[in-house]
Design a protein around this ligand. Structure first.
Ligand code: NCD
Length: 484
């Protein structure tokens, strides 16, 4: 499949082979830039950069990339203040205006799923430059390129993701790519509150058959000098449920000692205080972990030290002279990477990549769920629950599993397990017959997919005129797996 005219919203929009193709083209661009050659592939074309959140590297390198390609840029650096968003304009309207000024739109927005909305409405290609805590796929392309430049490969490398794995969007895109490209991923987050979200782990598990390794929290205390004994767990990994109420293990536990012995790359991230609402989370920042020279010295293989930047105090400046610190170079590669991506999506550098991707394991497409009534995304940062944006978009989910009933929001990709279901038939117009059932009851199997209505709460069901059925409380499985 070619790249021309496509969007890049999630790193998973590209196959493994397409990711490799972007990196290869970027390498060619990088050499040309180093030799001072002119690469005017996009002469006469325009890029709009629409940034509703602060940015130095991402916007700077996109704009530089377009200039280097011979194109021009219409720039909205503080779109929340200077674009018509300040007057209440929706993303859907803004991009439909911008598409007449530009051939490609680069958007950064605090709401998760905002870039998808832009892509759904704009006729020109849209690139996600970061949508809230969801994804940042172009940063991942820079990160992969940096690793390949230094290590020559991705496959088989051990990469330790460190810091705020919950709110940091860079690590969400990066873990998908690393898993799919055959790297081994270690999650090193000191705070339970800042763990990799279950939505990301669930998607890795269900779509890529992948479970990263999470560093044992007791080992972390030891590492940080809060305990005196280092407990060495059995070598055989076992499943570690990240969420207490979840019976599905999503990662595999690993000892700090193993991580220190195997890590080739440590990818450090800043605690994203701007996305934290609760006071408890602020404490997390204060006791946030710091990658010191002393700690780095404990790693056997002298790992590459990467960071998407900006850094605050998680990466002290004493590390700038460490020969394996590559974060400034990583930022510099943003220009050739974004040149390659822009030229590809604009069709200025036509490359066809064979359509095969072994990293994707799901064989059948999931059914969609979109109804005017019923369940909404519970993520308050999701674009689908924003009052303004709701003028154009409605909640929409993929049904990723029927047992237990699991939906994934198509915008922010949060997974939910809605408790109640109903059907739009059976009651033959008689209001008395409108009932709702537990999504765990056998009634779910009886409802035809096209008639399925899903509720997030009893209140939601009752507000729509549905009444409690006998099966609204039956949430237990009978032995042998059958449901009553
Ligand atoms: C990151 C971002 O915006 O998500 N920065 C970047 O684009 N290089 C990381 C961060 O802000 O911490």
């Amino acid at each position: 499949m070619g790249f021309a005219g496509r969007d890049l919203i999630s790193i998973n929009d590209f196959t493994k082979e397409e990711i490799e193709a972007v990196l290869d083209l970027a390498d060619g661009m990088n050499s040309a830039l180093e030799q001072g050659k002119r690469i005017e592939l996009c002469k006469g074309m325009d890029m709009a950069t629409l940034f509703y959140e602060p940015s130095t590297r991402t916007r700077g390198s996109f704009e530089r990339a377009m200039h280097k390609l011979g194109g021009e840029v219409v720039s909205f650096a503080e779109a929340q203040a200077i674009s018509s968003a300040a007057k209440g304009e929706t993303i859907a309207d803004t991009v439909r205006v911008l598409e007449s000024y530009a051939d490609i739109i680069v958007i950064r927005h605090p709401l998760e799923g905002a870039a998808k909305v832009a892509a759904d409405y704009a006729r020109v290609p849209v690139i996600n430059a970061g949508d809230g805590a969801h994804e940042h796929p172009t940063q991942t392309l820079c990160d992969l390129y940096m690793i390949k430049k230094e290590k020559g490969r991705i496959k088989g490398l051990a990469v330790c993701l460190w810091g705020d794995l919950k709110y940091g969007r860079t690590v969400h895109s990066l873990i998908y790519a690393l898993a799919r490209l055959g790297a081994e991923v270690f999650l090193w987050s000191q705070m339970q509150d800042l763990d990799m979200p279950e939505a990301v782990l669930g998607k890795l598990r269900s779509e890529y058959d992948y479970a990263p390794s999470k560093v044992n929290p007791d080992d972390l205390k030891y590492m940080m000098g809060e305990a005196d004994v280092l407990y060495i767990a059995p070598v055989k990994p076992y499943t570690y449920p990240l969420w207490q109420d979840s019976d599905m293990g999503s990662s595999v536990e690993i000892t700090a000692r193993e991580v220190l012995g195997k890590t080739d790359v440590i990818y450090v991230t800043r605690v994203q205080t701007e996305r934290m609402g609760k006071p408890g989370d602020i404490e997390a920042e204060e006791s946030g972990s710091i990658v010191t020279r002393k700690l780095l010295g404990k790693f056997k293989k002298k790992p590459l030290v990467m960071h998407p930047l900006p850094r605050v105090n998680e990466l002290p400046s004493e590390l700038d002279k460490y020969p394996k610190s590559v974060y400034f170079k990583q930022a510099a590669y943003g220009v050739p990477i974004r040149m390659a991506l822009t030229a590809l999506l604009l069709g200025a550098s036509p490359i066809e990549v064979p359509e095969k991707d072994e990293s994707f394991v799901r064989k059948t497409a999931c059914p969609k769920y979109k109804k005017a009534i019923g369940v909404e995304c519970p993520n308050p940062k999701c674009v689908s629950v924003s009052a303004g944006e709701r003028r154009y978009i409605a909640p929409e989910f993929t049904i990723v599993n029927r047992e237990p009933l699991t939906l994934r929001c198509v915008y922010c990709e949060h997974e939910i397990h809605p408790p109640y279901v109903a059907t739009s038939d059976w009651h033959e117009g008689i209001v008395e017959n409108k009932r709702y059932y537990s999504s765990d009851s056998f009634m779910l199997e009886r409802i035809k997919p096209e008639n399925l209505i899903i509720f997030g709460s009893e209140k939601e069901a009752q507000e729509q005129g549905f009444r409690r059925s006998l099966y609204a409380t039956t949430r237990k499985k009978v032995q042998g797996g059958a449901k009553r």
